[in-house]
Design a protein around this ligand. Structure first.
Ligand code: TRH
Length: 384
């Protein structure tokens, strides 16, 4: 008789936006689909999850989707308390219910308890990755698991078939056209530079959009609905950008597209020439797209986001020639609040051929490392 499938519980609270639940959902379905793990995902905001995963019914407290048992956190407390799994993943230090912690401690063999941290390219995370911390009162140990860009870290989420799917999409005749149809936009002419734009409301959009109105080649900018609404409305002079609406000025066309399911968002990134992304999960997905990217870091106090940006740029830019590295750095820093994003775009656009080549080699090097889910499964198997 074969051993029963290991059981894992993942807990996630939605702080704001979609990154926390986006990562937790991605991890949960990968563990279920690729590692035959029985996964329960506890989320406090089903509506946020349902935006990324249309198969989720936000009104249902317990449901099964993509091989994962998804539970609204709160509604399932009683059931929870009696039955912790072999591995417990606390996403981003969200905290566990005291009753559940008690039940973990009461198990004959306590679960492997993981705190999944936020992604950073900073080198200090390598020294902290995998460290253990004893609970002050209960016989429990929590391990800190740091996603990252090096083999000394926990790696990045990457489904086994992601890059082959990306390559099939790019090679398939008609795949891009089908995407444009699904997004409700006319297929762009071949010479148009297509840019996706997902950022926080404080991005210096006007200066960048002004620069794009004079771009050669012309630019089609795809904006997921709800991105920086107020700023865009000011720049357009009041035109509301709902999905399906376009706005043209000079050489720039802005096209609002629907906020799509996570897998469809990958296709959008694959189809664009340049991707502006933010936070954590879209930032990682843009790297798997292997196209030049500009990162808007989640704003944090004490300039912590700037440290994260600098660390990423240093790592990402290390193998770039000096001019494209400087162009990427200048635009990235301007996009995150220091400098003129419009002027920086000109330099960035000139460096695009080199940045595109580099994006491919960066992705190939990252893909040679094991992915986060695989690393986490191994880490836990050694400790169960
Ligand atoms: O939404 P975010 O700003 O999330 C942030 C960050 O994770 C940040 O680190 C965290 O502290 C904060 O939340 C609380 O950006 P992020 O991480 O890119 O997450 C967006 C998710 O939305 C990602 O899973 C991709 C997904 N997405 C879609 O599924 N469809 C879409 O159309 C778009 C634009 C995004």
């Amino acid at each position: 008789m074969s051993a029963p499938a290991p059981r894992w519980d993942i807990f996630c609270t939605v702080v704001d936006n979609y990154g926390d639940v986006g990562v937790a959902w991605r991890l949960a379905r990968q563990l279920a689909g690729e590692h035959a793990i029985a996964v329960r995902l506890f989320v406090d905001d089903m509506r946020a999850l349902a935006r990324l995963a249309p198969e989720i019914d936000a009104a249902t407290s317990e449901q099964r989707a993509r091989g994962v048992d998804v539970c609204r956190w709160g509604g399932a407390q009683v059931h929870l308390a009696s039955d912790p799994s072999d591995v417990v993943v606390e996403a981003f230090g969200c905290g566990l219910p005291p009753s559940y912690l008690g039940a973990m401690a009461a198990r004959g063999r306590p679960p492997v308890w993981i705190n999944l941290e936020y992604l950073s390219a900073e080198s200090w995370i390598e020294g902290c990755h995998g460290l253990a911390s004893r609970h002050p009162a209960l016989p429990l140990t929590r391990y800190f698991f740091f996603p990252g860009f090096t083999v000394q870290s926990g790696g990045l989420l990457r489904e086994r078939d992601l890059l082959p799917r990306r390559d099939r999409f790019r090679a398939a005749p008609g795949a891009r056209e089908a995407l444009w149809r699904a997004l409700g936009i006319a297929a762009p002419a071949p010479e148009v530079r297509i840019v996706s734009l997902f950022c926080y409301p404080n991005a210096p959009l006007p200066s960048l959009l002004d620069a794009w109105t004079e771009s050669d080649p012309p630019i089609l900018c795809l904006v997921p609905e709800g991105t920086a609404n107020a700023m865009l409305a000011r720049w357009t002079g009041g035109a509301e950008l709902h999905a399906g609406r376009r706005f043209g000025r000079g050489r720039l066309t802005l096209a609002a597209v629907p906020f799509v399911a996570q897998d469809d968002y990958d296709q959008l990134l694959w189809a664009c020439n340049v991707n502006f992304v933010r936070g954590e999960d879209s930032f990682v997905r843009a790297q798997w797209a292997a196209r030049p990217l500009v990162w808007h870091v989640y704003p944090q106090t004490e300039n912590a986001h700037r440290l994260k940006l600098d660390a990423f740029l240093a790592r990402y830019g290390a193998a770039l020639p000096p001019d494209p590295a400087a162009a990427l750095r200048r635009l990235s820093i301007a996009w995150n609040g220091e400098g003129d994003a419009g002027a920086a775009w000109q330099q960035f656009a000139a460096a695009l051929p080199a940045l595109s080549t580099h994006a491919e080699s960066w992705t190939s090097a990252l893909a040679a490392q094991s992915d986060l889910a695989e690393g986490l499964v191994k880490f836990c198997a050694d400790r169960v």
